[in-house]
Design a protein around this ligand. Structure first.
Ligand SMILES: [Zn+2]
Length: 72
């Protein structure tokens, strides 16, 4: 069984939240409107559902916690 590295509670899942920023440009070329949008990840964090503390920022670490392989 996996344990939260913070509160030591037995957990079978982590809650994750990801923040993305969308940005782009809009212009008029030959009287046609052209938009170009791109997005970039700005952050992901994985929280314990019991204590709500962030325990990982990378999915590989989150998975190792859930597999019970995390020793940090
Ligand atoms: Zn916890």
């Amino acid at each position: 069984m996996a344990r939260c590295p913070n509160c030591k509670a037995e957990i079978d899942r982590l809650v994750f939240e990801e923040t993305k920023i969308y940005s782009g440009t809009i212009e008029v070329v030959n009287r046609q409107v052209s938009t170009d949008t791109e997005h970039s990840d700005t952050g992901t964090h994985f929280d314990c559902p019991r204590c709500n503390v962030e325990v990982a920022t990378e999915e590989t670490v989150a998975v190792s916690i859930l597999k019970g392989e995390y020793d940090g």
